[in-house]
Design a binder for this molecule. Structure first.
Ligand SMILES: *Cc1c(COP(=O)(O)O)cnc(C)c1O
Length: 357
């Protein structure tokens, strides 16, 4: 039986993306070779790279002056690469969770870090509001979707300094005004492809100002100058990303994706709010469309493990919440079909019937 895959990452990919990747692993476009065994500099792989970049540009409507890069090292490598390239004296960070904290920690190796606001007082269950961004910071860093806590920044902030965003877990889930950002990065393994490739969208004119020498591999300019082929890129993960982008385009683009995602999240949040056994952990106005976090209501605490086993018996996997939040986390990324969300809601209703006091 095909499972209902609620995993937070690596996570669900569209069935046709997996099937098409499997074909390319066996034989890329009928050339008689696997995508894994050809030169990254040959024309067959170059076509994959070019199409992936072109689809990034088209689907996100990336303006002139920005470059799209595919690198190794995960989003975690970007935590240090961003300040290495951009931090001169001081950077501002919005602390909305563990990933945001990890990003700020790396920046401290390069200069002063100003945490403009934090939601750590409530275990990161909300997005802070009303903070001010220091005008003398070299950049302002945010994490748009907090994968662990199920909170999300759903607007594109106006920032007086270059805005840098970790969009690992919500890239391509909605339209984004790229012109408001100086740099966007993320690991592919949440909403785009398999683990192993990191995307970076960078505005070229913010580079070259840090005033420090940068090791070749950690310098964005190296990868811009070499079209992400200074060294061997993660060819197979890039191929799968391309298939995902083709699939998103076929469905109607990121606007359509957002419509579908909002509808899926609403079905689940409505049930959490209605069902007496469960309660959502994130504040309502900060709720993520990608990761829906909830726990058993106090009176039903002892049923947590039983609900997980019940869901598991119905083919649902990846529902256990992150250890720092507990309870459950249903990740409803782009590739998650509404049928799986409905199956979870049905399970919650049935569980309520059985256990309601
Ligand atoms: C998963 C995740 C990361 C870490 O990504 P890696 O590719 O494993 O380094 C960083 N930020 C966010 C928001 C994430 O969800």
């Amino acid at each position: 039986m095909k499972k209902h895959n609620f995993s937070a990452g690596p996570s669900i990919l569209a069935a046709e993306v997996i099937e098409n990747t499997a074909k390319a692993v066996t034989d890329l476009n009928g050339i008689g070779l696997s995508v894994m065994e050809i030169s990254h500099r040959g024309k067959d792989f170059q076509a994959v790279m070019d199409e992936t970049v072109a689809l990034f540009r088209e689907l996100l409507q990336i303006p002139e002056g920005y470059q799209v890069l595919f690198l190794g090292g995960g989003a975690s490598m970007q935590f240090c690469m961003v300040p290495y390239n951009l931090l001169n004296k001081k950077a501002a960070y919005l602390e909305t969770g563990v990933w945001a904290k990890k990003a700020a920690k790396e920046a401290k190796f390069f200069g002063e870090v100003n945490v403009v606001a934090s939601s750590s007082d409530k275990n990161f269950n909300y997005i802070p509001k009303g903070f001010s961004i220091p005008a003398d910071a070299d950049y302002f860093h945010i994490t748009t979707n907090n994968t662990i806590y199920g909170t999300e920044i759903l607007e594109d902030y106006d920032s007086p300094v270059p805005l840098v965003a970790d969009m690992s877990s919500d890239i391509f889930s909605r339209p984004v005004d790229i012109s408001k950002y100086a740099l966007i990065y993320g690991g592919a393994q949440k909403n785009l492809g398999p683990a192993g490739v990191t995307f970076v969208i960078v505005k070229e004119d913010i580079l070259g100002k840090s005033g420090r020498p940068i090791p070749t591999m950690l310098d964005y300019q190296t990868h811009i100058d070499n079209g992400s082929m200074f060294n061997t890129p993660p060819c197979l993960p890039i191929y799968t990303c391309m298939e995902t982008l083709r699939w998103i385009k076929k469905l109607g683009g990121v606007g359509k994706m957002q419509e579908i995602n909002q509808a899926k999240a609403k079905i689940l949040y409505d049930e959490i709010d209605r069902n007496e056994l469960f309660v959502g952990t994130a504040e309502k106005d900060s709720r993520s469309v990608m990761n829906v976090c909830f726990v058993m209501n106090e009176a039903y605490k002892e049923l947590e493990q039983e609900f997980l086993s019940f869901a598991s018996s119905l083919g649902m996997v990846g529902l256990k919440g992150h250890r720092s939040v507990g309870g459950f986390r249903a990740s409803t990324y782009n590739a998650m079909p509404v049928e799986s969300v409905q199956a979870l809601v049905d399970a919650m209703k049935e569980f309520e019937k059985k256990h309601k006091k």
